[in-house]
Ligand binder design. Structure first.
Ligand code: NDP
Length: 253
């Protein structure tokens, strides 16, 4: 086991990498989904790609919980439930929900996401096994748990509801794109991404540690840049697109 000091240094380095990647992602559109390109090397089936890239987060985090984590400790049990809820859906249900006939994803994207999910699952899981403290009821801790769980669930619902609206835009055998309406689409182009960011902000409040902060920062970097790309794409593709919509945050961004 490494000392907490060394572990924290690794987390800070991981956070620094996210900030280094930010300007790259502001200039390079992530080539999957509507931005998919076949000049990024070999491609694989989109559904399989999602399954492969998300599964490590479930398996690696689950491994740490399985070997030692004390699930009678509320500071372990609550975040563990939130993590498994999210990743069980993302790795095993979401790939089956998407209407993605004949669509492919570059292997390089799958590999990047797989590495990201592995490191993320490792840092978060390792922390729970080695550094979590015992739960002792205190106003500050209880408020943190309640606020964090409410935020996570709110973000989860926003994310899943708007993913559902997007997936439903296409018939089961279709492959095109339409302008999405309903819910927060009135205000932003990517409310599903906003929901995901809110979820991981809630998770970070619940656990209050560096791995969760690093995950939140990485999610913000990934999804803010992707939302800006999606927003520009909608404006370019659909002349009737409501110019009052923002990319990610109503009235702001
Ligand atoms: P998108 O919003 O690009 O797409 C979601 C699904 O809806 C896809 O199946 C897509 O099809 C379809 N879709 C989207 N817009 C339309 C439209 N206008 N018309 C018809 N169909 C549409 O999300 P992503 O694929 O980028 O991400 C999926 C989920 O993963 C999201 O919930 C996101 O929050 C999460 N995610 C989290 C990350 C993190 O860092 N935590 C990083 C990336 C994603 P198609 O694929 O064919 O475009």
């Amino acid at each position: 086991m490494v000392s907490q000091e060394k572990f924290n240094t690794v987390c800070w380095i991981w956070i620094a990498v996210a900030f280094i990647i930010l300007p790259i992602l502001l200039n390079v559109t992530q080539p999957y989904g509507r931005h998919s390109k076949n000049n990024w090397g070999p491609m694989i089936n989109n559904r399989l790609g999602w399954f492969l890239m998300e599964l490590p987060a479930l398996i690696i985090f689950g491994y740490f919980l399985g070997i030692k984590a004390d699930l009678s400790n509320a500071l372990v049990l609550i975040p563990a439930l939130l993590w498994v809820l999210h990743y069980f859906h993302r790795a095993l249900i979401f790939p089956l929900q998407i209407r993605t006939i004949k669509k492919q994803i570059p292997v390089v994207i799958v590999i990047f996401a797989l590495i990201f999910n592995s490191i993320n699952g490792f840092l978060n899981g390792y922390w729970f096994v080695n550094f979590v403290t015992e739960y002792r009821s205190a106003t500050w801790i209880d408020l943190r748990l309640i606020a964090g769980v409410i935020l996570f669930i709110t973000g989860f619902i926003i994310n899943k509801y708007h993913d559902f609206l997007l997936i439903k835009l296409r018939s089961a055998s279709g492959s095109g794109y339409k302008v999405p309406y309903g819910g927060l689409f009135k205000y932003v182009s990517c409310p599903n991404f906003l929901g995901e960011i809110i979820s991981w902000a809630g998770f970070a409040i619940v656990v209050f540690n560096l791995p969760a902060l690093s995950f939140l920062i990485w999610t913000m970097v990934n999804l803010t840049t992707r939302a800006l790309d999606h927003h520009r794409w909608y404006i370019k593709e659909f002349p009737e697109y409501d110019k009052k919509r923002k990319a990610l945050i109503p009235y702001v961004l």
